[in-house]
Design a protein. Structure first.
Length: 113
């Protein structure tokens, strides 16, 4: 399985971005998640949409970020509204199920105040 993330960029606080992640060579449906890593910090969970469509977000992005997917396209999106400087980081998509765990290459989001 390969995960290709895209959509990052440099924006101003309050702007919006949509990240996408497309999985290829998928053999089983995966739980798809987004994580981010700010400079000098550990990677942290942002959002997940499970195989069954359940959704969960980290508290700091609730109400601003929306995760969605299209199973037919093996694609997951992360719509990010009202971006804040603290949202800055490299965003990674993740696909997982049982002992399977795959990471994309990351896409950089920079939010300026």
């Amino acid at each position: 399985v390969q995960l290709q993330a895209s959509g990052g960029g440099s924006v101003q606080a309050g702007d919006s971005l949509t990240l996408s992640c497309t999985a290829s060579r998928v053999t089983v449906p995966l739980n798809m998640g987004w994580y981010r890593q700010a400079p000098g910090k550990q990677r942290e969970f942002v959002a997940v949409i499970t195989r069954g469509g359940s959704i969960n977000y980290r508290d700091s992005v609730k109400g601003r970020f929306t995760v969605s997917k299209d199973d037919a396209k093996n694609t997951v999106w992360l719509r990010m509204n009202d971006l804040k400087p603290e949202d800055t980081g490299v965003y990674f998509c993740n696909g997982s199920f049982r002992d399977l765990n795959y990471w994309g290459q990351g896409t950089l989001v920079t939010v300026s105040s």
